[in-house]
Ligand binder design. Structure first.
Ligand code: PHE
Length: 349
């Protein structure tokens, strides 16, 4: 018996030397410790032995079985590790490979325009001021020198709320921010703000939408003159529409500014020569502006003898339509992804 066992051990050690793949391990297990393996065979004739003999043989067989299992599983681990290492070496990641192209989103042209305006004005020392879209008649009209019944209301007398909240409407102009900014300034000191936001009017055609965006500017300080207004607007137009842009001021009328101007820029399509976009005039009207009316200053708590100011308001959609050559304003609000995709970070690539 002992001799048998020694032979088995020796043969196992020899066999192990030539083992080098997982199948060899399977075969080895079958040969030694499997159901009909040679170690299991040793117990075959146990039945004929005495109890004492059974004990000794049992112990010997168990011992050789453990011995075989230990050696085989050690070898199995070695083989598995070798396979894993080989795999890791082969599969090293090539970090120089180009990555898969990830589809990036794009900013809506309105967001982009608003950010452009904000960056510009913040760089000139303005702060961004926001006001609500639902506004009182008082802030939208009365405190801007447009009392009830004033003809200037006609073009903007639009989306009012029903009885419960009488005299509230969707703001028709961002000029409401002038009132709000002046009233919010408790010291009644200098102000420099821009207020971008949505406004609502009873309009609907290719160049007018019932909802559009404006940006309002307001500067209040001592010794503010028309020259400050002109300088600021010239910088704004050149930055937004290109350095070649020329700016022209025409006298106009707004109830909340005196004097008032309308501002034209040279047509960016023809550069001022005259084309269908500018109706052969070479100029395109882009904004309204003026010196804040003394009554407007007074109504919001400023002394017009001490403080002056200028204000301007322009349509952001209109600017975007010119800048990006968008023929129909309604596409800006249509949420058609094919429209928005055309602004896919073009100028950043
Ligand atoms: N709120 C005016 C408009 O919507 C524009 C404007 C703003 C005019 C500020 C003068 C001063 O037409």
């Amino acid at each position: 018996m002992q001799e048998n066992i020694n032979n088995i051990k020796e043969s196992l050690v020899r066999d192990l030397e030539s083992v080098n793949k997982p199948q060899d391990i399977v075969d080895l297990k079958a040969k030694y410790v499997g159901k009909s393996g040679c170690i299991t065979e040793l117990t075959k004739n146990m039945r004929d032995l005495s109890i004492e003999e059974k004990k000794t043989v049992g112990m010997l067989v168990n011992e050789v079985k453990n011995y075989a299992n230990d050696l085989i599983s050690k070898k199995e681990e070695e083989i598995n590790n070798a396979i894993l290492n080989e795999k890791l070496n082969k599969e090293s990641i090539d970090i120089t490979l180009p990555s898969k192209k990830i589809k990036r989103g794009s900013l809506h042209p309105m967001t982009r325009m608003v950010e452009e305006f904000e960056d510009l004005f913040v760089s000139m020392g303005f702060t961004v001021f926001e006001g609500p879209e639902l506004e009182s008649d008082e802030n939208c009209f009365q405190k801007l020198n447009i009392p009830k019944g004033h003809p200037a209301r006609d073009a903007q007398d639009t989306f009012y709320l029903k009885d419960e909240v009488e005299n509230f409407l969707l703001r028709s102009q961002t000029s409401t921010a002038q009132v709000r900014a002046m009233e919010a300034n408790e010291e009644k000191g200098p102000i420099r703000i821009v207020c971008p936001g949505k406004v609502y009017r009873r309009d609907e055609d290719a160049t007018h939408s019932h909802q559009f965006m404006q940006i309002e500017g307001l500067v209040i300080d001592k010794n503010i003159s028309m020259a400050d207004l002109k300088g600021t607007l010239e910088v704004m137009m050149k930055r937004i529409l290109g350095e070649k842009t020329q700016v022209r001021f025409r006298p106009s009328f707004f109830p909340f500014t005196e004097p008032s101007v309308e501002v034209d820029v040279t047509c960016f399509k023809c550069g001022g020569k005259g084309c269908s976009l500018c109706k052969q005039t070479g100029w395109i009207e882009v904004l309204g502006a003026g010196m804040v009316h003394p009554d407007v200053l007074t109504m919001s708590g400023y002394d017009p003898k001490v403080y002056q100011g200028f204000a301007f308001g322009t349509g952001i959609d209109r600017m975007a339509m010119f800048k990006y050559n968008i023929p129909d304003i309604r596409t800006i609000y249509g949420n058609d992804i094919r429209f928005i995709e055309q602004f896919d970070r073009k100028d950043e690539d």
